[in-house]
Design a protein around this ligand. Sequence first.
Ligand code: URP
Ligand code: ZN
Ligand code: ZN
Length: 479
Amino acid sequence: MTTRLIKSGTLLTASDTFEADLLIEGERIAAIGTDLSAPGAKIFDASGKLVMPGGVDPHTHFDLPMFDTVSSDDHYTGHKAAAFGGTTTVMDFVPQSPPLPGREGSGVRGDIDIWRRKAEKAAIDYGFHMNLTHFDERVAREIPALVEMGVTTLKVFTAYNGRLRLADGDIFRAMRIAKEHGLLTMLHAESGDVIEVLVAEALAAGHTSPEWHARTRPAWGAVEAALRGFALAAETGAPLYLVHMNVAGEVDMLQYARERGIPVMGETCPQYLFFTDGHLRRPDGAKWICSPPMRAVDDNARLWEGIADGTIQVVGTDHCPFFFDGAKPIIYEGEEIAIPGKELGARDFTKIPNGLPGVQDRMPILWTEGVVKGRLTPNQFVALMSTNPAKIFGLYPRKGALLPGSDADIVIWDPDRMVEYGVAMSHQRTDYNLYEGWQLVGYPEKVFLRGNLIVDGEDWLGAPGMGAYLPRYSNAEIL
Ligand code: URP
Ligand code: ZN
Ligand code: ZN
């Protein structure tokens, strides 16, 4: 068994900061203490550095078919990028196969199997959420099988009419089953009906530019749909997790519901903390197209308040990258690669693939903008990036913790490293970065996955297939 000893670091957890050594035996943390020694151990000097649990990003879309293309990171490239940013666990969404007349398919089990095969090249550890985009008696009967497979979360949508949306009554029925079997429901909250009307009107009037993406998806629709979801949580007693929160009113509604003891939690993503619908009006506005869209500076500010005061528990990424110009190849790992991207919607905003890169960016950006700028404490950072998602999604204390027995997923973080961030530093497989030219202070120096050093400065030591599937437990904590 390989033994590694991280010496003299400042350990950071969701609750504490202290000087200690950390001993790794095989894949697990064996001991934490002062003056630890282990004959034959490989020593890593972490003096002047921070030592924290590997990041847990509960919201990614790798290799996801969308419109006439596919998200440009797969379950290897996206994992590698995540690791360079300090993330060692990701959770990806599994699309539900469309219902066929007399459907003979293998149902949600088959859908999970498809994603398991795609993820055989995983480089970090991963779990899955099941998208529920069609609901009937057969699907209802299949839900308990998900728990057996370690998939303890369902994502439902109140938008994307005719494609992904479930009727409110079906969401209600699914949540009752989720409550019975200890699953967590994740909600994409936008008003599908209003969007449908506004998109048709915009296109009929000849409005085709990216800003119309935001103008046809009104903020109040997200607020109303979030409250609708919270009402269903109150009615069923089933916990609900609001994904990719982008609007101030959602934070207000989440606070309102939580103050009343309703079991609801929330996630926002870095893009909603920094950017606005003004970015969609730039000539390269398509780079910022995602659903839900960017909003206003007041929304940015209220979301920051929400993560700082604990109303929002998680910062995920919704990593779903596309090329800005998929006609121009880039060199990735020595290979020329081009994947159709945002240019597909050059003449029609509804054809721009929805989604952004971010899985590598999340921790470095939030460290500088959150911790260095005094909006978050280092311990809040660890809670939002790692410990809270591990708890909420049934992985704690295997993940998200610096505890004896936990997986040795560890980041040695250099708080003094200055970086000019951007596409040149990024391993995300796309041709742009939202944070191009941003000056960062603090960056991951070494990243361990279950005791294996997979990132050492700029060097990649990981490999396809190193990542393990993570079955998650049901009835996880409601924070
Ligand atoms: O634009 C986005 N976010 N694409 C991914 C799908 C989703 O709803 O999270
Ligand atoms: Zn969504
Ligand atoms: Zn998403």
